[in-house]
Design a protein around this ligand. Sequence first.
Ligand SMILES: [Zn+2]
Length: 126
Amino acid sequence: MVKVAITQKWQNQWQMSGAKLRLIKYDVKPWPDKTKNRKHQVLINRLRLGHTNLTHSYLLNHTEEPMFDLCGTKLSVQHLFTDCPKYVVQRNNFDFPPGFHSIIGRNFNIPNILNFLKCIDIITKL
Ligand SMILES: [Zn+2]
């Protein structure tokens, strides 16, 4: 009973928080660990938080925030997976579910994500 009450309190705090991760992780239940590969775990966590070398290295380098050359949008992980017109064909080939939270959240398909990132030649820049 105590465990249930504490989890519910944690859930309430999570829902009230402004954490970026809350946009794709709706509850406090742990997500399944689908890979034991440390590099893949790090990559997935970076993608989920939206903080990658590609999108945030400008903060360390003291340079301008990067924009997509084609669409002039701020470079973001979500934009790559859901909106960028440059990668429409590649996204369709990988048949991602609708919504960023479905692609990268609890039921993520790690081979699909890795292959998409390889296909658009971005995996080494993350
Ligand atoms: Zn774009």
